[in-house]
Design a protein around this ligand. Sequence first.
Ligand code: ADP
Ligand code: ADP
Length: 226
Amino acid sequence: MASLSLKNICKVYPNGFEAVKDFNLEIEDKEFIIFVGPSGCGKSTTLRMIAGLEEISSGELRIGDRLVNDVEPKDRDIAMVFQNYALYPHMTVYDNMAFGLKLRKVPKDEIDKMVKEAAKILDLEKLLDRKPKALSGGQRQRVAMGRAIVRNPKVFLMDEPLSNLDAKLRVQMRIEISKLHKNLGTTIIYVTHDQTEAMTLGTRIVVMKDGLVQQVDSPQNLYTKP
Ligand code: ADP
Ligand code: ADP
């Protein structure tokens, strides 16, 4: 069964701008899909429609076999990691990671278990009482991922999650994301400008331009064949 299905998805912004035109893609369980293309080609808009943060103008979006066009973000079984981390500055690492679960009324002892498990996976166990401003960029990015992981979502969406990190940390985090993908066995959709990230992480690459899908292929075919 497809993990995610996008059928004739279009986005027209209120000002009349067509940001995404007839996007079609079937994503299988455990795929690592990369969106690439020039700035403004519609990558973020597509990701935000999948997350439910942006209304779908027309077309059908399915997660599993469920049509989710009108389903609220928190009920979509999806988690999103942004490039600017989007952490709550006044909350500790623990509370940042627990926030989404509290919102869903998960019992306290269960939240505790889930947060501590995610902290272990991401090597955040010693940082749970800190506030975001007392963390390095890489640690903040790990907290952002932790917040997504605790929800154990079917699909992860990542919008240039490493673009604010320095080169060394980027390489480290790339390896960690790859491990996460293998260990958690989730489906990931990942936006990047970085060809190395696309090649090393992706199982399939979607090339977009001017709101259109131009090509969908494996990294091998896309980057190594003439
Ligand atoms: P990308 O992520 O590929 O850089 P985006 O999806 O962010 O591209 O944007 C696609 C296009 O839609 C851009 O031309 C952008 O200016 C436009 N756009 C984004 N948000 C809005 C909006 N709220 N209203 C009008 N146009 C928008
Ligand atoms: P990015 O490309 O890094 O995702 P942008 O600077 O394109 O970020 O967009 C930041 C915010 O501004 C988004 O919420 C987007 O929807 C909005 N936005 C982008 N382009 C436009 C536009 N042309 N008109 C109105 N809102 C826009």
